[in-house]
Design a protein around this ligand. Structure first.
Ligand code: HEM
Length: 139
């Protein structure tokens, strides 16, 4: 049991990025503070974006900002743990299209532009998010 929980704890720590070999993307995005601003700018833009704002009806923006910050932080090798829903479960009821996905990516790019994130760094984060389209787009 001790061994099993030890293995599980290590797996969680690795998943949380604590032992990530490379946190260069996390640092290039401005660390946790930078990612907090990027996620906040993304959610503010998406909620005001005529193309997709209806999808966010009834969703608490504070909750979404926090979940996205943690997810981007973990993905980029930072010391955060994303403990939210899977991408499949959280988007299944939204009937999202490729156009919706592209609109959200544009809002993310605009948010990163505002924070002065260089294009090459933006593309590294987008490359990590791109494969999620399989779970997010259902229509
Ligand atoms: C790579 C693309 C995307 C990523 C990484 C992403 C990430 C996330 C995350 C982390 C959550 C929180 C899940 C939870 O813990 O409950 C979430 C929820 C949500 N996302 Fe996305 N998302 C993506 C694409 C989209 C798109 C294209 C839209 C709409 C245009 C969208 C709309 C929503 C909404 C409305 C929720 C709240 C669902 C609910 O709680 O009912 N997402 N997303």
């Amino acid at each position: 049991m001790l061994l099993r929980s030890g293995v599980l704890a290590s797996a969680l720590l690795v998943a949380g990025g604590v032992f990530a070999a490379d946190d260069s993307l996390y640092r290039a995005l401005g660390g946790t503070e930078g990612l907090t601003r990027i996620a906040s700018g993304l959610v503010d833009r998406a909620y005001a974006d005529e193309r997709i704002k209806l999808k966010f009806d009834g969703v608490n923006p504070k909750f979404l900002k926090e979940q996205l910050r943690n997810q981007f932080c973990q993905l980029s090798g930072g010391p955060c743990v994303y403990d939210g829903e899977t991408m499949k479960n959280s988007h299944a009821h939204l009937a999202l299209t490729k156009a919706d996905f592209n609109a959200l990516v544009e809002d993310l790019q605009a948010s990163m532009d505002e924070q002065g994130v260089p294009f090459s760094v933006q593309n590294r984060l987008l490359a990590l998010l791109a494969p999620m389209h399989r779970d997010v787009i259902t229509k």
